[in-house]
Design a protein around this ligand. Structure first.
Ligand code: PLP
Length: 343
């Protein structure tokens, strides 16, 4: 059980912030005539959306067994990441930390917010290195640790997350964009035990809504309240809220697509391992595979010539390609192309 004073971690200007109060904030009852928000009275998308996405949160609350007050909805998880920097990190002074290689947005967002990011290299097994982390935990300017599990681009689940939560009294963000594809349980149950934990998930991967931009954060109510104060008032459009609600109702589609993708992932592992130019296929708990090849730049270019695009990760892990699991037909074509290339 951890009960950190969250306000003590919040930037001074944010603590003092008088948040914007929208028309929809100030009037919450049922009315027949809305003349309060300068909207055009005609049309179907003419009204501002619910700034707190109550219907969507209600549905998520039932699905995840989490009170609505502990749920934040963002314009993609990228908004959640940016808000964490803006709420907790004093530009040019406070620091954040992550285990690299990992999702690139933590670093871009750190740079945008002028927050130095400490990057601790993963161990050879792609795990967080607690020995390298330990000395950093004494840095009083370290405010946030970003942990991506399953990790992008390595594809594996991270160990030691709870140890890090026990040892660190700043904010710990666990990015679970790929948790649906993992056999490990989500850490959202730990939110009740660690009030400095933010678990972020997304509708962009297993839920199939990357175009809609809907990210979710689960955390202690104090943190969610700060996120609500700092976000743009209407950060998730009505269309996106609808799309997300609809996706939650399509639970059979979700289940069957997930099952197909997991089966395809395992088929691809077997097929890829038979191809001579593939040197190694790392185990994956996500909907992609990290593969070491003979020459990543060359193979990436050859695939592009065949109109197949994978992610070249050579710059972060030598000669590695990250391959998303596609439809059975797409995967089959990729395998055929790779078989036809010279090692
Ligand atoms: C794809 C991905 C996301 C999704 O971000 P959205 O802004 O929700 O689309 C988040 N985190 C990681 C690690 C990802 O790979």
């Amino acid at each position: 059980m951890k009960t950190i004073d969250i306000n003590q971690l919040v930037r001074k200007n944010i603590l003092a912030l008088q948040p914007y109060s929208s028309a929809r904030d100030e009037f919450k009852g049922d009315a027949a005539i809305f003349l309060d928000a300068n909207e055009n009275p005609f049309g179907t998308l003419n009204r501002y959306p619910d700034p707190y996405q109550k219907k969507l949160k209600q549905a998520l609350s039932e699905l995840k067994q989490m009170p609505t007050e502990q749920i934040f909805i963002g314009n993609g998880s990228d908004e959640v990441i940016d808000l964490v920097y803006r709420i907790f990190c004093e530009p040019g002074k406070d620091k954040a930390l992550t285990f690299s290689p990992t999702y690139g947005i933590y670093e871009v967002s750190a740079n945008i917010n002028d927050v130095p990011l400490i990057k601790i290299p993963l161990t050879a097994e792609f795990q967080p290195d607690l020995n390298l982390l330990e000395p950093q935990l004494h840095d009083q300017h370290l405010k946030v640790i970003f942990i991506c599990s399953p990790n992008n681009p390595t594809g594996n689940n991270f160990d030691h997350i709870e140890t890090i939560l026990q040892q660190f009294d700043g904010i710990v963000v666990v990015d679970e964009a790929y948790i649906d594809f993992s056999e490990r349980a989500s850490l959202i149950n730990l939110v009740a035990q660690y009030n400095n934990l933010i678990v972020s998930q997304t509708f962009s991967k297993a839920r199939g809504l990357a175009a809609a931009r809907v990210g979710v954060a689960f955390a202690n109510e104090a943190i969610i309240t700060w996120m609500n104060k700092v976000k743009p008032p209407y950060n998730v459009s009505a269309l996106n809220q609808e799309a997300a609600l609809d996706a939650l109702k399509q639970s059979t589609t979700y289940d069957t697509q997930k099952k197909t993708l997991l089966e395809e992932r395992e088929k691809m592992v077997v097929a890829l391992k038979r191809i001579p130019l593939i040197k190694k296929v790392y185990p994956s708990a996500a909907n992609f595979l990290l593969a070491e090849v003979s020459d990543a730049n060359k193979i990436y270019a050859a695939l592009t010539n065949k109109k197949i695009v994978v992610r070249n990760r050579h710059s972060v892990i030598q000669n590695c390609l990250r391959i998303t699991v596609g439809t059975p037909e797409e995967n089959q074509q990729l395998i055929q192309e790779l078989q036809s290339l010279q090692a």
